[in-house]
Design a protein around this ligand. Sequence first.
Ligand code: SIN
Length: 504
Amino acid sequence: VKSYDVIVVGSGIAGLFTAIKAAETGRVVLVTKSQLEESNTRYAQGGIAAATFVDDDPALHMQDTLTAGAGLCDEEAVRILCTEGPDRINELLRLGVDFDSQDGELKRGLEAAHSRARVLHAGGDATGAHIERALVRALRAANVDVYEHTYLVDLVVQNHAVTGVSLLQDTGLAFSLHAFSVVLATGGAGQLYRHTTNPAVATGDGVAAAFRAGALIADLEFYQFHPTALAVGDTFLVSEAVRGEGAVLRNASGEAFMTRYDQRADLAPRDVVARAIATEMLHQDGEPVTLDATTMSGEFLSQRFPTINNHLRSLDIDWSRSWVPVTPAAHYWMGGVRTDTWGRTSLAGLFAVGEAACTGVHGANRLASNSLLEGIVFGGRVVRHLVAPGEANEPTFVDDVQQLHFANAGQAVPDKSDVRDLMWANVGLIRDKGDLETAYKQLQAWSAPSTLINQEQHELRNLITLGRIVAAAALAREESRGAHFRSDFNPCDPSQQRHRAFTR
Ligand code: SIN
């Protein structure tokens, strides 16, 4: 069995950045289930938010993040995100990320719930792809072993400490790696839902493996739905930055309806816009609403949003002339493996960064374009705190902790689409006790595949496990807060302003 100082699992911005930094001091291996470039990061359009301009201040960025987080952000984590963010952006520039600029000045966009235009972008709306490309190049130049097409099956636990990972390759080869520290940067689980902006790899493998290993998992009830995924063809993100440039949402009657829901109208926080769209869709027999970008010229749209423009053109849609049908879709998980601000989890030897982690930085609702920033800020910090052999590393968390007991009733094994349909219908944007209980019971009744010999079966097991935790967490939170909306417990309840964690 090969041994390293650090194993990093996942190759989005958090995993790549962590591995590049960790390689400056130790022996590092990075494991990823697909090719290096494939991850949620690759599809990020809007960009990366940081207070880097003279009219901005980390304190303003912090205030916007706390407001979006609906009372559940950990203030210290947010302060770290917003104050360390600009330095990490400079590191990205040094690593070769070519953010868009004009006359020597970085360009910037505006997104919902930001009080300043502070979102840096690259290639117009291809920010994630540009970041991935630069970081993969830097990783290849660094002293890091890489295993692509290698799937994380489970964490290896010895004497209550994580000491390695067990892996499975596409060829069927199963093997383990050992290390003093394992960093999960495995991203979210958009594949839990029928409609998602996430690629097929987003099945929450790291969070599920951490749960099985006994780590605390927190805030899983907070799943952010992006308001505007394209409602024709395959699900495709239409960046919030399009509304930042002036596009307006309209219902079937042509009404710009957002002014009825919030004084910030189309630039209200994501959960508000996503629920308003879902409500409008209910009033128009489930028909999608439309995004009106026709006040912008075809030339501007193709330059500012080349990725979206090309995609729409491939569907014969000219969005400078006609409105685009859009619908909400699962986008980002605020919860994950509970960590402190150094990425340390409740298990010795185990760390988590990026979307797989719950640092508390996003609270109940992430501010747009804060997630790429989270990946580099906390990726940078985790490296500063990786354990030396024998050093204790478990922080204490003050969350409410519940134990979950899973009973497999052994009902016929579903496939992923059964889980995704159930989650979309019963554990989606608008929730209530009856729907949640139905989903929880069904998820408890479904057993994981009885043989676990390929990646597809492991992913299905993980989606069932994670679906159960999301449903249990959504049932337990009898209030509406941020992305979690209960039609039967509508007001926000100040007595529930705390994280809820689950453990096996
Ligand atoms: C978008 O471009 O609208 C997505 C940005 C984000 O999710 O932070």
